[in-house]
Design a protein around this ligand. Structure first.
Ligand code: 2P0
Length: 335
């Protein structure tokens, strides 16, 4: 069957002509951390996932972006105030994303993006980056697309960006359609003001295999991957129960087992993919020991060596005493 291209899918939803207008203000999108991970694609062109996922957004930590009409004759991409070379990989992806919407019209753009995600925390910025870029595109071209459409289009920039259009708990439905237009994220109504997320930095060095290549390798070579969609579906259902009943142990256990299951599929790939470093494993053992001693904390990890710890506000002082360098985020604010 002939697959859809991004341009074909997006074109269906755009007006016949666009009238770009420089933005005064920046659009903002939060970073997010998945409690049930997105790992594996059924369509690499549209970033359609093999499983649904569920994340929590990181409040004020994220990316802000605005788009201006460029003075010069060329597109310009600035990241944190620095003009990027045209062949820079981030700049290339940003311009390719904008190309889906300008459809060949001749108006060079200047894209300014700033991340306030501390690089020291080792958090990925592609999710918030493409979500903020989508919102900026919507304003720059005066499209007024609803957030579901923006979620679907942000996904084409980076899968996890579909979830960064929203605050709080967010579920990205894998969808069934070939054009992916039912593969969109939506926020859950539930809030959890006591939830805290701590960022444990192990390393901020660039990872040798990016997550896009990592998930493709896993799907292609790990027999163990066959069990992943079942694990993810069961975890998603458990997370819904945990969130509805505000059961912290169930939330933490599910998120930790989900992350370790995802990493198990990576380790079973060939060549093997092990994002952990010795200090990652040391931190895991420390968390397990603290838990055995009665402290309520769990971890999750993405395609990198750093840990994200889940705990309740009541345990914040005790957890911070154990991890003094940890940055703590309150995804639903501090009451
Ligand atoms: C997640 N990750 O759910 C999972 C867990 C990494 C591990 O989403 O290829 O940068 O751009 O769709 O979104 C990272 O993958 O991948 C990611 P692409 P993306 O947060």
């Amino acid at each position: 069957m002939l697959k859809f291209t991004k341009q074909q899918v997006v074109a269906e939803y755009l007006p016949a002509s666009v009238a770009p207008q420089s933005m005064d203000d920046f659009s903002f999108a939060p970073s997010n951390i998945a409690l049930c991970k997105y790992w594996g694609k059924r369509d690499a062109e549209l970033n359609l996932p093999i499983n649904s996922s569920l994340s929590v957004s990181l409040a004020h930590l994220g990316s802000k972006t605005r788009i201006l009409l460029a003075d010069g004759g060329q597109d310009e991409v600035l990241l944190n105030g620095e003009l990027l070379a045209p062949d820079n990989s981030f700049a290339t992806k940003v311009i390719a994303f904008i190309d889906m919407f300008r459809r060949g019209a001749d108006h060079p753009v200047r894209v300014e993006t700033e991340n306030n995600i501390p690089t020291a925390a080792g958090l990925a910025s592609s999710a918030s980056g493409f979500a903020a870029l989508m919102q900026a595109v919507d304003q720059f071209y005066g499209l007024q697309l609803d957030l579901s459409l923006q979620s679907a289009f942000a996904r084409m920039g980076s899968g996890s960006a579909s979830r960064s259009l929203f605050n709080g708990f967010v579920e990205w439905q894998m969808g069934q359609r070939e054009d992916g237009m039912d593969s969109i994220a939506a926020p859950l109504a539930a809030e959890w003001p006591d939830l805290r997320i701590g960022l444990i930095k192990v390393s901020t060095a660039q990872k040798p295999v990016d997550s896009r290549s990592g998930m493709n390798r896993t799907v292609a070579t790990a027999h163990l991957y066959q069990s992943w969609p079942m694990q993810a579906a069961a975890d998603l259902s458990r997370l819904h129960t945990a969130i509805e009943s505000r059961d912290f142990e169930l939330l933490g256990q599910t998120a930790e087992q989900n992350a370790l299951s995802m990493h198990a599929t990576m380790i079973a790939s060939w060549p093997p993919l092990l994002y952990w470093q010795a200090d990652s494993v040391t931190a895991m053992h420390k968390i397990w020991q603290l838990r055995a001693d009665g402290l309520g904390l769990y971890f999750t990890m993405d395609a990198g060596p750093n840990l994200k710890v889940l705990f309740s506000a009541a345990d914040e002082a005790a957890v911070c005493e154990q991890f003094p360098d940890m940055q703590v985020i309150a995804p639903f604010g501090r009451q």
